[in-house]
Design a binder for this molecule. Structure first.
Ligand SMILES: C[S@@+](CC[C@H](N)C(=O)[O-])C[C@H]1O[C@@H](n2cnc3c(N)ncnc32)[C@H](O)[C@@H]1O
Length: 320
């Protein structure tokens, strides 16, 4: 029997932009599908249904608790499946260097409900828990180390760049003052410090006052932008010509990385713009499926508020 915290249930995680992802990836029977962010397996279930019992689904997640969801997924489908635990850029690279070729690769970035809703993981500002926020409990640093070890200047940049927090500097200073007395160990203590640093009127607008700082710390702890930048070229390498890539992002900085990667891949040539003719000989590596990012409908956002900031971008790998 799985311990209670790991036992999956049907309401774990609602897959975002589910129909749009299916349409973008156009999975057919016999395909090899890589779900680089398996989570609770919501998207994987839908993509496996499109395989109609023929083909393979390779699931990747750096969170070991995703394995329990993968075991449930395996029981519910006839397709062949493998779960590979690890950082997606590294796993994708290993797959490609072992000669695996995929027809579809999906990234659904960020955290899953199974992580947010488990207080002991320390992702949530709504419950008091140890400051952790690691998707992979074996990785370093955790949020406690970052909050107590980074300089006030580093914390300011993290809160401003990843959280777009207007009071980044004031919050970093308040953290500095508090930790000189004693280390900040728990999410509740951090929420209290954030509240104390924000002017009273701002504490009541724009959602929970700790929301942006928690998001920023999570992105930094898990090096989410670095992982994404490293993983996109690996995903392209892994795809067969004609294979498809889909990425759902939830943060403007993630979306910018994806947008640039697709734009550069479509462009091909890397010669400086003032060169009269191309000397690099690079051909376009992919074709974006739409100019603009695909956004959730109002109905989807009403049914699943987590979808509100989602953006989907997708592309087809061109022939070699
Ligand atoms: C938004 S959830 C995916 C939810 C999934 N699509 C579903 O429908 O259930 C993102 C998942 O990706 C994992 N993840 C995020 N970044 C990762 C990385 N760099 N390497 C491996 N897994 C990662 C997280 O642990 C989390 O389980």
């Amino acid at each position: 029997m799985l311990p209670n915290v790991l036992r999956p249930n049907a309401t774990d995680h609602v897959p975002v932009l589910a129909e749009e992802v299916r349409e973008a990836l156009a999975v057919s029977p016999g395909d090899t599908v890589v779900d680089a962010t398996f989570g609770a397996g919501g998207h994987a279930q839908l993509l496996a249904a499109d395989l109609r019992g023929e083909g393979k689904l390779i699931a990747i997640d750096r969170d070991p608790s995703a394995r329990a969801y993968f075991d449930r997924f395996r029981k519910s489908t006839a397709v062949k499946g493998r779960f590979l635990r690890g950082e997606f850029s590294l796993v994708l690279e290993q797959l490609a260097s072992n000669g695996v070729r995929a027809d579809a690769v999906l990234f659904d970035l960020g955290v899953s409900s199974m992580q947010i809703d488990r207080p002991e993981r320390g992702f949530s500002y709504a419950v008091d828990a140890p400051l952790d926020m690691r998707m992979d409990p074996g990785s370093e640093p955790d949020a406690r180390e970052l909050v107590n070890g980074a300089s006030e200047r580093e914390l300011t940049s993290i809160f401003r760049d990843y959280g777009e927090e207007r009071y980044a500097r004031q919050i970093a200073r308040a953290i500095g003052r508090r930790r000189r007395e004693q280390p900040i160990e728990r999410t509740g203590e951090l929420v209290e410090v954030i509240r104390s640093a924000i002017p009273a009127p701002a504490r009541f607008g724009e959602g929970h006052p700790a929301k942006r700082v928690f998001q920023a710390l999570r992105i930094a702890v898990n090096d989410e932008l670095g992982s994404l930048s490293a993983a996109l070229p690996e995903a392209l390498e892994l795809l067969r010509p004609g294979g498809r890539l889909a990425v759902i992002s939830f943060h403007s900085l993630e979306d910018r990385i994806v947008k640039r990667f697709l734009r550069d891949g479509e462009h091909g040539c890397t010669c400086p713009p003032d060169f009269p003719v191309c000397v690099c000989g690079h051909e376009p590596a992919l074709r974006a499926l739409s100019r603009r990012a695909i956004r959730p409908t109002r109905q989807e956002i009403a049914a699943n508020p987590r979808a509100a900031s989602a953006r989907l971008r997708a592309a087809v790998k061109t022939d070699d």
